[in-house]
Design a protein around this ligand. Structure first.
Ligand SMILES: [Zn+2]
Ligand SMILES: [Zn+2]
Length: 67
């Protein structure tokens, strides 16, 4: 169902240190437990232009393509 491949190199790595891909939000390492995040952490990630939180998988950015 995803069109094309996600460009984030988390997918190609042998050792991934995060649970979710910050670009597409899919689980890249299901051995890492989902953690709860503080809102300020999400705000920081949003500033760093992550689309998804790598710890809880929550979508951070609103509709893309607006700048
Ligand atoms: Zn991805
Ligand atoms: Zn989070």
């Amino acid at each position: 169902m995803p069109r094309g491949r996600c460009a984030n190199d988390n997918h190609g790595r042998a050792v991934v240190t995060v649970r979710f891909c910050s670009t597409c939000g899919t689980v890249v390492n299901d051995r890492i437990p989902t953690s709860r995040c503080l809102l300020e952490k999400h705000a920081r990630m949003r500033k760093a232009q992550s689309t998804y939180c790598v710890d809880c998988g929550e979508r951070l950015a609103q509709a893309s393509g607006r700048r």
